[in-house]
Design a protein around this ligand. Sequence first.
Ligand code: ZN
Length: 345
Amino acid sequence: MERSIVRPSGLDFETPGRRDYYVALEHDSIWGDHLIPLTVFVGARAMPGKGLVAFGSNHGNEYEGPMALRHVMDDMRLEDVAGRIILVPVLNVAAFKAGTRDSTLDDRVNLNRAFVDEAGKRPGLAGITHRIAAFVREAIWPHVHVVIDLHAGGQVARFAQCTSFHPIEDPVQGRLIEETARWFGTPLVITYQNETPGLLPSEAERLGKITIGTELGWGGSVQASGVRYGRHGVTAAAIHHGQLRGRVAKIGHHAAGTQQMAAMVERDCFTVAPFAGHYEQVRACGESVRAGDVIGLLHDFDRIDLAPWPARAGVDGIVIAQAWAAPVLQGQHIVVTGRLLAFQE
Ligand SMILES: [Zn+2]
């Protein structure tokens, strides 16, 4: 199979068929391009503005997403595709090649903070990462109403595996998002604070799209369960939102009735490291806890005779995330707890 190399203007998301592309965005340093792999399936009943896009590697050291989408590329049969399905297993190729969260070998920008005004359009915001954001905005958003952004914790945090979204004002959109999120089968579904600027999912939500984020693993490794949840969740979303014919059964914690939902919205959910040190996990992610419970210990080996600082749960509920790498920065959110919520149905 030949993968055609095109500029964004050369992508065809309309003609029925399968097409495999490298989207070429100009390299900042050499005569050449960054090549973003993108596969599109278009069925006979594709509608203008309707479709599903799934991204892996928004952050370059999170690997379940790229692997899940690599499998989905093989799972999809063109004859089953009714609408439009766009798969981008490695969105931030610059960060993925560096094996880091941000595009450290290029402009050093975090793609999931790059969806800001004038990204890719003016000096200072014209590096590869901001131009990837501009590409998503201009070439992809107009063709999809379902957006899936597959993350894992990278080197920052370990997670109770989850799907995620922000609290949504529109009740219809909110309900569709929650249902879509549950079908991944993860133990946890979370809603999280929406104050961080420049996030890909925040922009998709603001545009009214059914938007799902995930945290499918951590530590730059690959969890088999995380790949399975991602692969299944994308397929289920494509079916339930009219882009793929077929049926799916519930999996994992969704099927078992053990899935939980939690909110990490209020500031108390985030326990902040008061000094740079080394973090020791005491309680596991996913455990039920009470506010004040000690979840981990922060050691200061420069003052080794001091007692370690207890990192406590901020709210009653569940441990959603905590520091992965032992060395942590002052100010880092080393423990995140969430309040349990009821599902809408
Ligand atoms: Zn991420």
